[in-house]
Write a protein that binds this ligand. Sequence first.
Ligand code: UGA
Length: 445
Amino acid sequence: HPPQAPRISVVGTGYLGATHAAAMAEMGFEVIGVDNDPAKAQALSEGRVPFFEPGLPELIRKHVKSGRLRFTTDIAEATAFSDVHFICVGTPQQRGSNAANLSYVEEATMQVVRNLTHDGLIVGKSTVPVGTGMRLRSIVAENVPAGIDAELIWNPEFLREGKAVDDTLTPDRIVVGGTSARSEALMREVYAKPIATGTPVIVCDLPTAELVKVSANAFLATKISFINAIAEVCEAAGADVTVLADALGHDVRIGRQFLNAGLGFGGGCLPKDIRALIYRSSELGATKAASLLQQVDEINMSQRQRVIDMAIEACGGSVLNRRIGVLGAAFKPLTDDVRDSPALNVAAALHLRGAQVVIYDPEANETAQRMFPTLTYAESVEEAATGADALLVLTEWKEFSAAKPEEIRSLVARPVVIDARNCLDAAAWRAAGWWFTGLGASPAP
Ligand code: UGA
C-alpha cells in the first residue's frame, strides 16, 4: 500500500491562510482551515471570502464542494485531523514601535502543539523577525504532550495580494528552513506539484529561511524608494523618471518591475516588514542594514507628504473648503486592502486640513469607509470628479487610466490633476486642457 497522503491544517485564514488552504486543496490534499473568528470560518465554509482577491472565491467554493476543504474554529478538530500544520496568522507592527507583534504566532503555535494527538510537523509561514523560529521551538518543546513528536520548520510565503492564487499555485521558489531529513521529504511531498513543474527548492537553516522572506520585501521596498529618490533628481534636472525606469529596466540585472515612481509603497506587508527588519537589525547590532532601511522608510513616507503639499499648492496654498476628488483608496490595484494605504493616508490628511474630499475606489470604498467613516465616498470616477478643484490619482486602477480626460474635464470646477502614480497619459490630459502634474518629470510646459 502507498502511504496515505499527509493531511493539512492551516491556522489563520486571512489573505495568506485562506489562499494557502485553497491552494493545498487544489494540489490534491485534504485541508482544514482554522480561524478563531467564527464569522470568518463560517463565511469561508459557505464559499464567501471576506476580502477581494481575484480567483480565490472560485477556488474555495470548488474545494468546499469537492469535500477536500473545510473551515473550523476548533483547533483540536484540526490537530486531530492533520499531520502538517501551517501557521499563517498575522504579525502586525506593534503600537508605538517598529517591532513586529509576535503574540498571534506564539499563541497559534502553542495551541497547535498542546492539541496534538499524534506526531506533527508545524510549518511557520507567517513573516517573522529572524530568530523567531528558534524561540517557537522552545514553546514546542515545553508544550508538546508526552509521547508525541513535534517538529517546527519555516517555509515563508511570497504571494502578492491581487495575484495570491497564482503566486501560491506556481511560486517562484520554495524555501524550507530548519528541516530534518523526514520533514524535508514531507515538504517535498506537499509541494510535489510545483516542484514537478520546475519550481526550485531552497533547503536552508531556520534563520536563513526567515530572513529570505524579510530581505525579499526589504529589497522590493528599497527598489521603490530608490526610484523615488531618483525621481526627485529627475524633477530638479528636467528629466523624466518613467522613461529612465524603462531604460534601466532593460538591464536584466536591474529589471523594470518595482521601478514605478510615485506615492510609494503601502499595504499590510512592505512597510511593517522593513520596520521590523530595522528593529531586529538594530537589536542584532547590524547597524548598516538598519540605517539603509531607515532611509528607505523615510523616503517612502516623504512621498505621501509630497503629494499632500502638491495638492495644497495646486489649490493656491490652502485646501480649506476646496473640493478634492480622490481616485483610489486601496494600497494598490486589484485589492480592497487599505492597510497602511498611501492613498487613504493622503486623502485623510487633506480632509484634516479642511478639504472636502470625495473618494472613489472600484473595490475599496467599503473597507476605506470602515477605517475613515468621516470621508465622503463616490460611486464612480465621474461622481468623485464632479465640482472638484483638484483631482488626485492615488491608486493606479486600470479604470482610472482608461477615463476620458475630455469627459472628466466637463465635470470639474478646475481642470487640475495630480497623477501620483504616473499612470495617466500626460500628453492626452494636457491636450484636453488639464493642468497636469505627475511625479518625477518636469512640470507642465
Ligand atoms: C508584497 C510582496 O510583493 C510579496 O512578494 C510578499 O509576499 C508580500 O508583500 C507579503 O509579504 O505578504 P503586496 O504587499 O501584496 O506584496 O504588494 P506589492 O505588489 O509588493 O506592492 C506593495 C506596494 O508597493 C504597493 O503600495 C504598490 O503600490 C507599491 N509599489 C509597487 C510602488 O510604489 N512602485 C512599484 O514599482 C511597485
